[in-house]
Design a protein around this ligand. Sequence first.
Ligand SMILES: [Fe+2]
Length: 484
Amino acid sequence: MSPQPQARPGPRELEAMAPFRRSPDVHEPRATAVTGSVPDWLQGDLLRTCPAVFAQGAWQARHWFDGLGQIYAFRIGDSAVRFQSCLLDSEAAREVASGRARLSSFGTPTGRTAWQRLVQPVQRSTDNTNVNIVQMGDDLVALTEGARQMRIDAASLRAMGPRPYARDGLDGTVMGAHPHRDFARRQVVNLATTFGARGGVVSVYEHGDGERVRRTVGSWRTDRVPYIHSFGLTPSRAVLVAPPYAVKPLDMLWSNRGYIDHFEWRPQDGTRLVVMDRTRGTTTEHEADAMFVFHTVNAFERGSDTVLDALAYPDAAIMDDLRVTRMAERLPDLRPRLVRITMRPGRPRAEVQPLGDTGFEFPGIHYRRSSGGDYRCVWGAADGPPAAGGYASSVVKVDVRSGEHRAFGDGEHIYGEPVFVARPGGLDEDDGVLLSVGSSQRTPSSALAILDARTMDLLARADVPAAIPLGFHGSFVRRSAPPP
Ligand SMILES: [Fe+2]
């Protein structure tokens, strides 16, 4: 897939557009204007990362995913909400500032000279960790798809350099931005992709919260390396969705193109589903019609069957819709279908069934309770009701058993990923709140919505008189330790 020849907006035009509006740093936590009532028990920090800087000097991001990162926090406690943010001081940001952007990017060409390409045929992976932020033991870690993860100081939100790992055989691999957590075994479980002359290897690895050594659980080899953004995890298996959107690693040698610009959509190849046994490391493959998936929702076991719920697009056109020129014209239609994929041993063909007809993205569940097991509730962000001042979105709740859904929207904000926070002592899967950050399209203002996760009613809203760029993922970190 190649970018369409559309006129690129200039840096100033870009910064005036809502999705790319420049957001000032707020180094000291600042009070927000709270309406409604923040639950007393909600004490902690919503920490998020997002692409925030799209133009600087001669450099301009061509893909949404390439905006230079910003870390921000909503600090919630004693019925008040304070806001804080900090641009990410990464090697990628320093390169851009010095006019020499040479690290790899997602969909923006790098500026390596012919000599640099010759001596280093493979682009060095970016440390612009603008996709997700998670807690790993004492480390707050910002993530992108790359060889480096960035430690973030929880108080100042400043970057503290890469999280060190031992020389464990996975050095230099592309780590995923959606690690799972195995609570029973106290392990972080993630993907690592290695590109080689004869193809690629996608490995599942794990490590303890504070550990620096990654243990490879199992590996899957493939000639054409698919784009895999997230994966499913059950107590005994990992599940990968390998769409027919893939690259031959040799095509990336000596190239200055963005990472994803090497990938090709080949629907005739169909989708491969890989089930990995987490004890033995062995894999079995199933197949399904072509689909493209950014986000898995949950996975679980039914005896020997493996079930994966995921948000599936009919193709990978969404990757082009997320290019800056496209987004400057209209925001993308993020309405993949929620599907249930069942993989049965001995049957090469996987069963794919739609679960309801609500299209949404950025799925979240009651992760601690439901991850890897049967569940009922998923929340996400969807197109909202038509807004007077442009586009808005809503936060939705879908019951995967009944297909029922509820939504919240205010016609003003583009709400992103809802993060579920369970009420301490709560028994039900939806007993808690959702935290979702909304950015106004009309004005440089933003809001944190605190919703009742059961009813989807607005409990409180914290207004910030500044733009917060649209973003992807984050975590809620409780002020006191969660129950074991
Ligand atoms: Fe994601």
